[in-house]
Design a protein around this ligand. Sequence first.
Ligand code: ZN
Length: 261
Amino acid sequence: MTEPIRVTVWNEFRHEKKSEAVKKIYPDGIHAVIAAGLRELLGKQVTVQTATLDEPEHGLTDEVLANTDVLTWWGHCAHRDVADSVVDKVAARVLEGMGLIVLHSGHYAKVFKKLMGTGCHLYWREAAERERIWTIAQGHPITEGLEKDYFELEHTEMYGEPFDIPQPDELVFISWFEGGDVFRSGCVFRRGAGRIFYFRPGHETFPIYYDANVRRIIANATRYVAPVANAYPYRKNSPNRKEPLSPIASRHKVDESLHRT
Ligand code: ZN
């Protein structure tokens, strides 16, 4: 039997404390609803814990990170409050193979921008408009269980292109919005040994994380970005393989004084 995927659902958890409208939709926090969805859909395939910004070390201690296979990230108004030391540790874990699912306004999270290397800017509009999310990667594991070409969310915040990200390694979903904009809503990136899935829906004043398709996609993505058991490990150094594996005929002289030690 394969080991369960150890998931940590991280949430900034500030809107839910300050805004009555958000509290009404997510009384125990967005993280509680995302965690419940994962437990419901994946059962014994996962163990799920949550962590939030205002916990010591944002709930992401070395021990928590070492024991996390997949981290999901929701943040919005307090990206700047996330300590750089924690960001660096999360990014390092991704390179080692930890999966990362970045949700909605997490596009501006420090850790996402660090791993993308771009500004991650986009257009946005809060007009409670309809979003149609199209599946474009047929047969992709993240689309498992989706029955139609697209699904719709009645009221969403719009995110529009251009989205300032590197070209995704896999583009799984694109969104069309009632107001005419389009957006790359489901993107997979590989960094080091890790996989990152950016998934757009999830504005805090709409009950997006109760939606069956959204829950299904986050569950599928959790399995997809989870580390591959017994995969070739991530190499963190650059050893000098001075002795060639097979004889080299070239007589070119190498100036070894230029090599770093
Ligand atoms: Zn939003």
